[in-house]
Design a protein around this ligand. Structure first.
Ligand SMILES: Nc1nc2c(ncn2[C@@H]2O[C@H](COP(=O)(O)OP(=O)(O)O)[C@@H](O)[C@H]2O)c(=O)[nH]1
Ligand SMILES: [Mg+2]
Length: 214
């Protein structure tokens, strides 16, 4: 899939603001600072479409990005962020839960977990909650560039074990710095959204080079 356009649409604070055009939606979930915005930017080859910052937990909305007039990425703000009041957190939790359980357009949740550390209790409960409701799920281990090759493989295994992932359940080891995992993740997204197979610019470029070399 070639990325012809990507644009921010809305920060929705409730269902009345969700798009009504029926396009498939891919949600990105994970705690603040795990790398959601960076992953969106890397997938779309945009430097700063999704705002990245080291100041976590500012957003309390579902941030919608439209890609190619074909689908949406939905940035689900970090779960487990402590610096909001209990009532705010509960209201936010209800909105997110309703979205994840009831949104018909939602085709896949990408759950981001920092690959450097074992999944936290919150990561595990999020994974179990999504699995329990049968929500299509792909786990992404982020910041792979911060580990050695051996560590990446080892931490990937720890992630699978800690979450209790079934054999064959998708886990993508990803880096927004290097683009590692980008092609795999695009394939999974395109399949889930039922749009033509992903061959985004970076991989086209790489394949071209390989062909040229022999
Ligand atoms: N080295 C490295 N840093 C990353 C990666 N992804 C995100 N970061 C950094 O982690 C911080 C939080 O990233 P951000 O995308 O804003 O996380 P979000 O809160 O989940 O949206 C920023 O300083 C990013 O530059 C990655 O793959 N590799
Ligand atoms: Mg963000």
């Amino acid at each position: 899939m070639k990325i012809k356009s990507s644009e921010f649409i809305i920060s929705a604070v409730g269902p009345k603001q969700y798009p009504v055009d029926g396009l498939p939606e891919i949600a990105l979930a994970g705690r603040s600072n795990v790398g959601k915005s960076s992953l969106i930017n890397r997938l779309l080859l945009r430097r700063n479409l999704a705002r990245t910052s080291s100041q976590p937990g500012k957003t309390q909305q579902l941030n919608y990005y439209k890609i190619n007039e074909e689908m949406y990425f939905v940035d689900v703000p970090g779960y487990g962020y402590a610096k909001v009041s209990k009532s705010e957190r509960e209201a936010w939790g209800r909105m997110i839960e309703n979205y994840l359980r009831e949104r018909e357009e939602l085709k896949l949740v990408i759950q981001l977990i920092d690959l450097r550390h074992p999944p936290t209790a919150l990561d595990i409960s999020m994974y179990e909650w999504l699995s329990h409701y049968g929500i299509p799920l792909c786990v992404v281990g982020t910041k792979a560039d911060k580990l050695s090759r051996n560590q990446v493989a080892k931490h990937g295994r720890i992630m699978r074990d800690t979450l209790g992932m079934p054999k064959g359940a998708p886990l993508v080891l990803f880096s927004s710095e290097t683009g590692e995992g980008r092609d795999d993740l695009w394939r999974i997204i395109a399949h889930a959204a039922d749009i033509p197979a992903a061959s985004p610019p970076e991989s086209q470029h790489e394949r071209q080079e390989t062909e040229d070399n022999g």
